[in-house]
Design a binder for this molecule. Structure first.
Ligand code: NAD
Length: 459
């Protein structure tokens, strides 16, 4: 396997060194090809997403296919502007001269994807890599094999094979890939694996973007519109059967409105998925038996307020609300990544802030409140990759927003121009002519000292 990977990487490197990927035309052409792939072959991807995750067409379009097509378009239209070197001021003593920042491609990047949005989490980083003028090797997750197979079949068909390739396989293949020297590594997955990736990257001082997870809180204040809060939290949590990195992982609700909020949350579950969500065409499945067993175990703590049904043969876990959960229960310690939502009644907003700050920094933080002072107090007292007020989980759709974590939820940002920046070296360049070369710059400094001190501001 190592020999195969060696030769694959050597070919991508040769392509990068040929300079082919630097031109605006190449980048724009590849971005258009990504759009063509996910639109012309949408059925192949829909089938794969259904097989891997029983993903309905609306969610697959919004979260995977349309998201990728729109992002590719967005980048293609703005590429010229992003690539344009930025003009900066040249200090007087370096005049005549011209100072710019140019955005150079990094080289050949490795993109390692996760299984929960298996198309988007590989192609969206690829859009950033291409925008930056790089070559890339994609490693889709083995946990979503149908999506990985669709990418392995279609990417070489649509995109430039000299520059972009797909490697399928599991941990063994990822480990072999990580042993290589890359110019950039983009990883999406669990924080525990992120540490393995970063350790491998450190051997070559390779820059990384780590898109990780964590426990994203939703705080519901007494001033919130409870019905809207409940519906948006229910949608964020139960989309893709809870297997969404930005999903609200637990709710901290002001105790004075907790019973009313719980009623509305249950009503939202019934409204969205009916009395038997297993029959709903809109409710997904757990990706595999290992994750099913993991999530089912988390149901063992607290009181089941709603849901709780499971069917291992169908990898089904019902949309479930837990209450009265002891603080040390695993469901409040580890990221749930399933359709289970613990709701904790808190005495005050300060108590909610203390609970958030007792855990590592999350990927998202959500505040449901109509009181602006409460919103600002929570934002000022906490840290998270992203935040949304009176909404949750949907903020990555906004291309202009930097997407990514902080601390334990990751490092580096992407989407739109943020992705372009992650995949380029901001290279400061001073351009001077040789015509004028006053001696005042050079030793001995006893010469022209007063003039030099005046020009250079030396006191
Ligand atoms: P996963 O199991 O698919 O792993 C991700 C990748 O890591 C795979 O390609 C796999 O081959 C590789 N991998 C797994 N074990 C490895 C090892 N020991 N050595 C080297 N490579 C290895 O996905 P996952 O980690 O279960 O994904 C779920 C996590 O990802 C959650 O924590 C979730 O919050 C997070 N996530 C984050 C984002 C984001 O954008 N920030 C998006 C989706 C998921």
């Amino acid at each position: 396997m190592t020999a195969e990977i060696d030769s694959l990487l050597a070919a991508r490197r040769a392509c990068f060194q040929s300079g082919k990927t630097r031109s605006l035309e190449w980048r724009a052409g590849q971005l258009a090809a990504i759009r063509a792939m996910v639109t012309e072959r949408a059925e192949v991807f829909h089938d794969a997403l259904w097989k891997d995750l029983r993903r309905n067409k609306v969610d697959a379009a919004v979260a995977d296919l349309n998201a990728v097509a729109d992002e590719a378009d967005y980048a293609r239209r703005r590429l010229r502007k992003w690539m344009k070197p930025q003009r900066e001021r040249t200090p007087f003593f370096l005049m005549p001269g011209r100072t710019t920042v140019q955005f150079d491609p990094l080289g050949v990047g490795l993109i390692v994807g996760a299984w929960n949005y298996p198309i988007q989490l590989v192609l969206s980083p690829l859009i950033a890599a291409i925008s930056g003028g790089n070559c890339a090797v994609l490693k889709p997750s083995e946990v979503s094999p149908a999506s990985a197979a669709a990418l392995a079949e279609l990417v070489p068909h649509y995109l430039d094979r000299d520059a972009i390739s797909v490697v399928t396989g599991g941990v063994e293949e990822t480990t072999a890939l990580l042993e290589q020297r890359w110019d950039h590594i983009f990883f999406t997955g669990a924080p525990s694996i992120g540490k393995i990736v970063m350790a491998a990257a450190a051997k070559n001082l390779t820059p990384v973007v780590l898109e990780l997870g964590g426990k994203s809180p939703a705080i519901v204040d007494a001033s919130a519109d409870l019905a809207v809060a409940a519906r948006r939290i229910a949608h964020g949590r139960w989309l893709n059967a809870g297997q969404t990195c930005t999903a609200p992982d637990y709710v901290l609700v002001d105790k004075t409105v907790a019973p009313a909020f719980l009623d509305r949350l249950k009503a939202a579950a019934l409204d969205f998925y009916g009395p038997d969500p297993q029959k709903s065409p809109d409710f997904g499945r757990i990706v595999n038996a290992r994750h099913f067993d993991r999530v089912k175990k988390l149901l063992g703590a607290g009181t089941i307020h709603h849901g709780g049904q499971t069917d291992r043969d169908d990898l089904y876990i019902a949309p479930t609300i837990l209450t009265d959960v002891p603080p040390d229960a695993p469901v409040l310690q580890e990221e749930i990544f399933g359709p289970v939502l613990p709701v904790i009644a808190v005495e005050s907003i300060d108590a909610a802030i203390a609970q958030v700050n007792a855990r590592p920094h999350p990927l998202g933080l959500y505040v449901f409140a109509n009181d602006g002072a409460v919103v600002e107090r929570i934002l000022a007292a906490t840290a998270s990759g992203d935040a949304a007020i009176n909404d949750c989980a949907v903020q990555p759709i906004i291309r202009e927003l930097p997407f990514g974590g902080v601390g334990n939820s990751g490092m580096g940002k992407y989407h739109g121009e943020w992705g372009f920046r992650a995949y380029t070296n901001a290279r400061g360049v001073l351009r001077r002519g040789a015509g004028l070369d006053p001696a005042l710059r050079y030793p001995p400094y006893s010469r022209y000292s007063r003039l030099r001190n005046w020009i250079m501001g030396i006191r």
